[in-house]
Design a binder for this molecule. Structure first.
Ligand SMILES: Cc1cc2nc3c(=O)[nH]c(=O)nc-3n(C[C@H](O)[C@H](O)[C@H](O)COP(=O)(O)OP(=O)(O)OC[C@H]3O[C@@H](n4cnc5c(N)ncnc54)[C@H](O)[C@@H]3O)c2cc1C
Length: 465
């Protein structure tokens, strides 16, 4: 038997366009190995999603004569054990860009190479490696539009075909079984997520194709409206690499007579986020705009409780937070509204909100999440100016005019007429009665008054301006 090649599987649970697996399969026996990093702080919702997708990936590898070995622990130590026990001659992986993992991988590659083990790394996460797009002076971009224009001129490599067949060795060590990874919670709170999210590549392709044929035409006009469902919902699949972004990009380019640019722009926001994360690895916790390091936050535990539970008394905020809790997902416009509410109306640090998102989103992605929170909080590159404070009621009237989204996630308000659904506290007694709603009992009064909160936030901003 030829010495095998270990392919470390991480957030790339797919057999199409998998550069590391593809290269290894060209060369002989392959051991696809998933090591659950016990030091990572994977969120609870994403753990559930990971469990389901590892399961789907196992089936998918079996269908091409392969299999997936599982293990857990300190990745470096566990990998050395596998290299030694299997006599592997090489280790291949697609790079990931979480700053801690990226650094660890680099030192792991050096250590393996020094022991005569060949290491090859590949781009499997992004359209292009995140160091590729730079300004003429060699520094990274801080402005999205310029980044977008430069990237758009680049030739993006075509995705690799799906692997049809692979050879795997017979090993003494069977590794762990999926349940040993302990990814599922003991209390099964995930039943709504089960009914919405189908794991695996086939499901991801189905979602992409349905989006490209049925919703792409209206994406630009409709993407901001959470009740219209005109967005792709591909982020959970991208977050675990179940579908390759190069595959999506090239499918878009091959689409005829459809407005592809608005969607490409969003994919390039993702690239930009990764570029920022690579060059500013502290950005998940430290404001990119230094002056925000001095910002005076409040500690509002009651506000925090109400925000996380979707009980702020602002229906659009509550709808978003409840959608998140139930489905592990939230619409982009609503993410901006709830993040703005937390950081500006409640003056709770964006880092705390970002952590909550990482724990509850199935599409939790360090680069996109840090970018999103810093953007809303006003401290990111190319961010919304701090003084532009969203009025949640006006946002709601504009983007959920008929209250479709609110009625879905805040059912106690469902009988209110459109006029009052965005601000139930303005409704006269008879309207509330007719809608079977008692404020303060069935639905809370607003946790803060918008005008007063806005004034307070601007006063805090004045201190650091
Ligand atoms: C506060 C905040 C936190 C966020 N946290 C995350 C996160 O943890 N994970 C995550 O994937 N996205 C995050 N986003 C970005 C965005 O909200 C989601 O990518 C998007 O809502 C996913 O839905 P979709 O796949 O239907 O998007 P679509 O509108 O269909 O867009 C297609 C793809 O483009 C990318 N994309 C779209 N919008 C953005 C954006 N603003 N920034 C970066 N990439 C984007 C995503 O990969 C997305 O799947 C966050 C945004 C905000 C404001």
């Amino acid at each position: 038997m030829k010495d095998p090649i270990i392919v470390l599987i991480r957030e790339d649970l797919r057999i199409h366009d998998h550069p590391a697996l593809y290269a290894a399969c060209q060369e002989g026996n392959v051991i696809p190995l998933y090591i659950l990093d016990e030091e990572s702080n994977l969120g609870e919702a994403k753990k559930w999603w990971l469990h389901r997708n590892i399961e789907a990936y196992q089936h998918s590898l079996q269908s091409i004569n392969g299999r997936l070995w599982l293990d857990k622990g300190n990745v470096e130590k566990v990998l050395y054990k596998w290299v030694k026990n299997t006599n592997a001659k090489a280790v291949y992986w697609n790079r990931t860009y979480d700053p801690d993992i990226y650094q660890r991988d680099r030192s792991m590659a050096e250590a393996l190479s020094s022991q005569g083990i060949q290491v090859k790394t590949f781009e499997g996460t992004l359209l292009l490696p995140p160091w590729k797009i730079k300004k003429d002076d060699g520094t990274p971009y801080k402005v999205y539009s310029a980044y977008y224009r430069t990237l758009r001129k680049e030739e993006i490599p075509k995705p690799l075909p799906a692997i049809k067949r692979m050879e795997v060795p017979q090993l003494q060590d069977d590794g762990m079984v999926l349940n040993d990874l302990d990814l599922l919670p003991t209390i099964p709170w995930y039943h709504i997520m089960e009914s919405i999210w189908d794991p695996g590549e086939e499901a991801a392709f189905k979602r992409m194709n349905s989006f490209l044929t049925k919703r792409l035409n209206d994406y630009s006009e409709g993407r901001d409206f959470p009740g219209k469902g005109l967005y792709s919902t591909l982020s959970p699949y991208l977050a675990l690499g179940i579908i390759s972004v190069r595959r999506i990009y090239h499918n878009l380019l091959d689409t005829e007579n459809k407005p592809i640019e608005p969607f490409i722009k969003q994919l390039i926001w993702r690239e930009f986020s990764y570029s920022v994360l690579l060059h500013y690895p502290e950005s998940p916790t430290r404001p990119l705009n230094e002056k925000f390091a001095e910002f005076h936050w409040e500690s509002d535990e009651e506000g925090w409780e109400k925000w996380t539970k979707g009980k702020t008394g602002y229906p659009i905020v509550d709808a978003g937070m409840r959608e998140l809790w139930a489905t592990g997902f939230m619409h982009n416009r609503v993410r901006m509204i709830v993040a703005s509410f937390l950081t500006k109306h409640l003056l709770i640090p964006w880092q705390r909100g970002a952590e909550w998102f990482l724990d509850t989103l199935i599409d939790a992605d360090l680069a996109n999440n840090s970018m999103g929170w810093q953007w809303v909080a006003g401290s990111g590159f190319d961010a919304a100016p701090y003084f532009r404070i969203f009025n949640p009621t006006l946002q709601s009237e504009k983007f959920d005019e008929e209250g479709t989204y609110i009625r879905r996630w805040v059912p106690e308000l469902s009988q209110l007429p459109n006029r009052y659904i965005h601000k139930p506290s303005d409704a006269p007694e008879d309207v509330l009665k007719k809608a079977n709603l008692t404020l303060g009992a069935d639905y809370p009064y607003p946790v803060v008054d918008h005008k007063a909160a806005r004034k307070r936030a601007l006063a805090h901003y004045e201190e650091i301006k």
